[in-house]
Design a protein around this ligand. Structure first.
Ligand SMILES: C[S@@+](CC[C@H](N)C(=O)[O-])C[C@H]1O[C@@H](n2cnc3c(N)ncnc32)[C@H](O)[C@@H]1O
Length: 447
């Protein structure tokens, strides 16, 4: 392999060893590691160094000299510009094995577990590799006096305008198309994150793929006069969502949703069906984005539970809770108030009795006393707070089912539990996000 020269902007040849967690190829050189965007494991590529740091460099593929057998032509015209997908240039079987490798890598390097434990690790394919997403958030900006929407360019907040997105499910695509046509008639400008000016910040769209229901939310900066609301209702009605909401977000910065939401058409909620369960959610509460794969993931996670008393932390609107409550007494903890309200409605609608607590998991565990057979956790990307892991240890819980959307924090937390005497009993990944580098994993730890 040729040695990369020091100056940025120069092109060198690299052998790519593995994939990084952001979807770049990793090459090892005698000057340190190089993260090469657009390159795949096993490939030889020419790449331009775009940045050199003390211990590593960033490079961009300019030519693929020896392509991977799994390299394919990306389906989307804005692949490589849009930050949404990282793996459209990879065929689906290779995507799955790369994701399994990412999990294996995190569990051995960060988690400190022996590699033999992950020889059989598989990544379960998504029922739909395209058109699977039931939720999308589109930023809105003004460009040269025109209101535009799309997705962000990778690593930036610059907009890539978009006509349709091939990972979004059909109902979202249809809604997006009609709202796109209505946008120019709105009496608002798009939001500018730097100046905190402009009215319309985001369009949030959600769909119940098994119920045919859709939700459209306009996220606005500050309050709206009646005229503005009428214009939004007209624009929303042209897309015919089941419910249309207005979410107020007046905080500077890049957080998409504000805390206050008002329904303009319908109840502000829609339903999705997962196996036999019907689950309602609203604009701000979490719901898994890939309906078909969620069913597979939740069936599997529920099968891993032992005992009749289960503590479920990070329970959202109660989707996984339904699967757990079929065979056990469940205490479900969630911090987001509107999600807890949805969970209470959902348990009642599905004829289940569950104890729901609205609290931060790390605070709730201090007040809970029980002899749980299993603790199930499904935290956000940051993983579990240390206090949660210490409490699991303190409860002497025989079994932990950890559902994770981030292999790095799963590995960190599993290592902490291993330090408290837990062993990794099983691990399986699920491709919840085809065409992207993200992966969902269920790890079972036993005392
Ligand atoms: C990945 S979602 C999982 C939700 C649910 N298991 C599902 O699949 O629908 C994580 C959930 O944890 C909640 N959450 C985030 N931080 C929390 C905390 N510190 N304590 C309790 N819940 C939290 C979020 O509001 C979200 O509903």
């Amino acid at each position: 392999m040729e040695r990369p020269r020091t100056a940025s902007g120069e092109t060198s040849r690299f052998e790519i060893e593995r994939l990084s967690s952001d979807g770049s190829g990793i090459a090892r050189t005698d000057r340190g590691v190089v993260f090469v965007s657009g390159a795949l494991p096993g490939e030889q590529v020419d790449a331009e160094i775009v940045q050199r740091r003390k211990d590593f460099a960033l490079a961009r593929t300019t030519a693929v000299v020896r392509p991977s057998p799994g390299r394919v032509v990306p389906r989307c015209p804005v692949f490589g510009q849009c930050g949404g997908c990282q793996l459209q240039h990879v065929d689906y079987p290779l995507q799955l094995s790369l994701k399994a490798e990412l999990v294996r890598d995190a569990m051995t390097r960060i988690g400190g577990f022996p590699p033999e434990l992950f020889e059989a690790l598989e990544c379960v394919p998504s029922p739909l590799p395209w058109g699977y997403r039931n939720k999308a958030s589109f930023p809105v900006q003004s460009l040269r006096g025109r209101i535009v929407t799309g997705f962000y360019r990778a690593g930036t907040h610059r907009l890539v305008p978009l006509k349709r997105c091939p990972v979004n499910a059909g109902p979202l695509d249809a809604l997006y198309g009609t709202v796109l046509r209505a946008l120019p008639s709105l009496p608002f400008s798009g939001y500018d994150e730097r100046t905190h000016e402009g009215k319309l910040r985001h369009l949030v769209m959600r769909a119940g793929l098994n119920t045919g229901q859709t939700l459209l939310s306009f996220v606005v900066n500050g309050r709206l006069a009646a005229k503005g609301i009428k214009a939004l209702v007209a624009a929303g009605a042209s897309g015919r969502p089941t419910t249309l909401t207005l979410n107020h977000n007046s905080k500077p910065g890049n957080v998409i949703l504000g805390t206050h939401t008002e329904p303009l058409i319908g109840s502000g909620r829609i339903a999705e069906r997962l196996d036999g369960w019907t689950l309602e959610f609203d604009t701000t509460s979490f719901f898994q984005v890939n309906t078909g794969q969620t069913e597979r993931l939740f069936r599997y996670a529920a099968e891993q539970v032992r005992g009749t008393d289960v503590l479920e932390l990070y329970s959202g609107v109660g989707s996984l809770t339904c699967y757990l409550a079929r065979g056990a007494r469940v205490t479900a903890v969630e911090e987001w108030r509107s999600a807890v309200k949805m969970a209470e409605r959902n348990m009642e609608a599905n004829g289940l009795e569950v104890r729901t607590l609205c609290a931060r998991a790390e605070e709730a565990v201090g007040d809970l006393h029980g002899s749980y057979g299993t603790v199930v956790v499904d935290p956000p990307r940051d993983g579990c707070d240390r206090a949660v892991l210490e409490a699991i240890h303190g409860f002497r819980v025989p079994r932990v089912v950890y559902v994770s959307c981030n292999p790095a924090t799963l590995a960190r937390d599993a290592r902490i539990l291993a330090g408290h005497g837990y062993r990794l009993a099983s691990i399986r990944s699920f491709d919840m996000f085809p065409q992207t580098v993200h992966v969902e994993t269920v790890a079972v730890l036993e005392r």
